[in-house]
Design a protein around this ligand. Structure first.
Ligand code: XMP
Length: 510
C-alpha cells in the first residue's frame, strides 16, 4: 500500500531523524541495517528509494562499514548523506581523504550546477555540515553539484543514473532548505507515492488485523498510558468486541485514573473492558517492604499473576496485543516481528504465555502514535499524557507502602497536576509528580505544633527520559502548589522542590 524509502543505517546519530523527515513528507520510510543482504532489498518491490546515512567512521579505515557495488546497480534511486556520499564515491571508484580541521555547523554551500535534487533552490544555501573527511576525486561519470569552503564536492550526481550524494545533513534543523532537498529526492527523483498518513495507516492496519485475527479473540493489557490506549482504539476499530482489554488496578495508580480510563473507553469504543480491582492483593504483598527493587519485583510478579488469571477466563483468545513502538524495535536491532517489549506494562509479560503477538504500532514513532490516537478519537488528555511508570506510586513512596501513604501521593499529585495545567506548563514539562519521604519534620498548623512528613515535588524537562533537567517552574506556581498541599493533604507539613538533573539523579526517587 505504501511506497517505501529505506535509510541504510551506518551509525549516524541523525539516522532516525532522516526516517522521520521522509515520513513527514508523506512517504513511508524505515531504518534498515547496512548489513541487509542485497536480495532482501531486491525482493521488496515497495522500496522505491534508498538513503545511505551518515556515520562516525572514516570510509578508508579497515573495517569501515561499506556497501555492495550492486546496491548502485539496482535501478533504485540512491541518495548518500555525509558518510553515505563518501561511501558511494569510494565504492564507485572515487577517492575520499581526511581533512585537518573538519567542517561543523551551518555553512554556505554554493550550487554551480542545477539538478533535480536542488530544484527550486537559489545558488547559495545554508546547510548543516558535520564531517572531517571529504570526497577528493569524483567517481567516473559523476559530476559536482556544489561546493563549500572546505569541501570541493559538497554534492554530486551521476550523469545518467539516479545516484546522488550530499556532504551536508539536509535532515538537520540548521539546514535552511533541507526539507526541500529531501522532498526533491522523494518527488522528482524517486517519484514515490505520497500517501503515508495516519488516516491511511488506520485503513491499512485495520485490514491487516482483520485478516490475521479472523474469528479469534485478542487480549490487551491496558495501562491507561498512551501506547496501550492507542492499540486499544485501533483494535477496537478493526475487530470490535473480539478485543478484551484487561486493566489491572493495582492501587498504585494516580487519582481518578481508573474512572478516566473507563470514561475514555467505556461507551465510546466497541470493546470489552475488564477492570480488575486488585488493590488489596498488591498492598498486602507490599506490606513492610521498603527495598525499591523488591517493590518493583513484587508489583511486576503480582501484575503477571492477576493478568494471567483474567486472561485465562477469556475464550478463544489466540492473540496478545502490545504497544511496542518502532524505537523499541530499532533499539533491539532485530526484526519487528520478533521483538517483545520487556519493559511493557509493569513487569514484562510471562514467557510461557502461548499467544501470538499483535504489535500494530511497531513501525511508528511516539509522535505518530499520538497523532494516530487523535485520528482514532482519543481525547487529548490521554494522548498527551506524561509517562507513568508501571510500578506507579509504589516507587514514589520512599519506604513501605500503605493505603494512607498512597492517598497522600495521589492527592498531592492531583493538586500538582491541576496547578501545572492552570499555569499552562503541562506541555513544557516532561514529567511531574510528588514523592512522599519518610522524613518527619516539625511544623505549625492552626497554631498547633505538627510533626508530619516532608513531601517532594519532582518536575523535569527531557526529550526521551534518558537525560533530564529539573524544570524551572516559576516560584509563584511552586508557592501555590506548596500551600495547597499543606492545607489540603493531611499528613504533610513541608514541601520541597527537587533541583537535581539526570544524571546524576534519576527522574524517579526509587
Ligand atoms: P529514571 O527514574 O530511571 O526514569 O530516571 C526514567 C523514565 O522511566 C520511568 N521509570 C519506569 N517505568 N517501570 C516503568 O515502566 C519502572 O520500574 C520504571 N522506573 C522508572 C520513569 O517514570 C521515567 O519516565
Amino acid at each position: 500500500m505504501f511506497d517505501k524509502i529505506i535509510v541504510l543505517d551506518y551509525g549516524s546519530k541523525y539516522n532516525q531523524l532522516l526516517v522521520r523527515r521522509v515520513r513527514e513528507l508523506g512517504v513511508y520510510s524505515e531504518l534498515w541495517s547496512y548489513t541487509t543482504p542485497i536480495n532482501k532489498i531486491k525482493e521488496d518491490s515497495s522500496i522505491k528509494g534508498i538513503i545511505l546515512s551518515g556515520s562516525p567512521h572514516y570510509v578508508n579505515d579497515e573495517g569501515a562499514p561499506l556497501a555492495d557495488k550492486e546496491l548502485f546497480e539496482l535501478g533504485i534511486p540512491v541518495l548518500g548523506v555525509c558518510y553515505g556520499m563518501q561511501l558511494m564515491a569510494k565504492v564507485l571508484g572515487g577517492e575520499v581523504e581526511k581533512t585537518e580541521s573538519g567542517e561543523f555547523g551551518a555553512k554556505e554551500v554554493t550550487f554551480s550546477l542545477g539538478s533535480s535534487l536542488t530544484k527550486g533552490l537559489g545558488a547559495s544555501q545554508i546547510l548543516r555540515m558535520s564531517h572531517y573527511d571529504r570526497v577528493s576525486r569524483l567517481p567516473q561519470d559523476f559530476e559536482k553539484l556544489g561546493e563549500s569552503i572546505l569541501t570541493s564536492v559538497a554534492a554530486m550526481k551521476h550523469k545518467d543514473k539516479e545516484l546522488y550524494g550530499v556532504q551536508f545533513h539536509p535532515e538537520h534543523d540548521e539546514s535552511v532548505n533541507g526539507m526541500t532537498i529531501i522532498n526533491n529526492f522523494i518527488e522528482n527523483i524517486v517519484k514515490a507515492k505520497k500517501n503515508y498518513s495516519m488516516a491511511n495507516f488506520i485503513t491499512y492496519q485495520v485490514r491487516q488485523i482483520r485478516d490475521r485475527v479472523k474469528d479469534n479473540n485478542v487480549i490487551l493489557g491496558l495501562s491507561g498510558g498512551v501506547d496501550s490506549s492507542v492499540v486499544a482504539a485501533l483494535l477496537s476499530k478493526a475487530i470490535g468486541n473480539q478485543l478484551y482489554c484487561i486493566f489491572v488496578d493495582h492501587g498504585l495508580l494516580r487519582k481518578n485514573e481508573v474512572s478516566d480510563v473507563v470514561d475514555s473507553f467505556g461507551g465510546h469504543f466497541d470493546l470489552n473492558l475488564i477492570v480488575v480491582d486488585a488493590q488489596d492483593r498488591f498492598l498486602n504483598k507490599l506490606q513492610f517492604v521498603d527495598d525499591p527493587e523488591r517493590k518493583r519485583k513484587i508489583i511486576g510478579y503480582e501484575f503477571i499473576e492477576v493478568f494471567n488469571d483474567e486472561a485465562a477466563k477469556i475464550e478463544s483468545a489466540k492473540f496478545l496485543a502490545q504497544g511496542t513502538l518502532y524505537t523499541d524495535v530499532i533499539e533491539s536491532g532485530t526484526d519487528a516481528s520478533k521483538v517483545i517489549k520487556s519493559h511493557h506494562n509493569v513487569g514484562g509479560l510471562p514467557e510461557d504465555m502461548e499467544f501470538e503477538l499483535i504489535e500494530p504500532l511497531n513501525t511508528l514513532f511516539k509522535d505518530e502514535v499520538r497523532e494516530l490516537g487523535r485520528e482514532l478519537g482519543l481525547p487529548d488528555k490521554l494522548v498527551d499524557r506524561q509517562p507513568f511508570p508501571g510500578p506507579g506510586i509504589g516507587i514514589r513512596i520512599i519506604g513501605d507502602v500503605t493505603f494512607d501513604k498512597v492517598r497522600v501521593v495521589q492527592e498531592s499529585d492531583f493538586i500538582l497536576r491541576e496547578e501545572v495545567a492552570l499555569a499552562n506548563l503541562d506541555k513544557d514539562i516532561w514529567q511531574y509528580f510528588t514523592v512522599l519521604t519518610p522524613i518527619k519534620t516539625v511544623g505549625v498548623k492552626n497554631n498547633q505544633r505538627t510533626y508530619e512528613n516532608a513531601l517532594v515535588i519532582r518536575a523535569v524537562t527531557s526529550t526521551d527520559g534518558m537525560t533530564a533537567q529539573f524544570a524551572h517552574v516559576p516560584y509563584d506556581v511552586l508557592d501555590k502548589v506548596s500551600s495547597r498541599i499543606i492545607n489540603e493533604v493531611s499528613g504533610v507539613n513541608r514541601v520541597l522542590y527537587d533541583i537535581t538533573s539526570k544524571p546524576p539523579g534519576t527522574i524517579e526517587w526509587e
